[in-house]
Write a protein that binds this ligand. Structure first.
Ligand SMILES: [Zn+2]
Length: 74
């Protein structure tokens, strides 16, 4: 008998900027979805200061609505 299988695998985190697998991820943002709990966005410590903070999803929706309205009024 072995205890293998009961061990939880270490989650793989990938840097959002350089796309390398990172051991010591830095949380740089969160992605929210309508269909689930969403997920976190990680970067390596080298890229973390260079990653722009994730835009607020509500702002994106509002900007899209605004654009749509402007297009319609033209
Ligand atoms: Zn990186």
């Amino acid at each position: 008998m072995s205890s293998e299988g009961t061990r939880t695998p270490k989650p793989l985190r990938m840097c959002v900027r350089c796309q390398r697998i990172i051991d010591d991820p830095v949380l740089v943002g969160e992605v929210h979805t309508n269909s689930g709990p969403g997920w976190n966005v990680y970067a390596c410590w080298r890229c973390a200061p260079l990653v722009p903070s994730a835009p607020d999803p509500l702002e994106i929706i509002e900007a899209a609505e605004r654009r749509r309205r402007e297009r319609r009024s033209r």
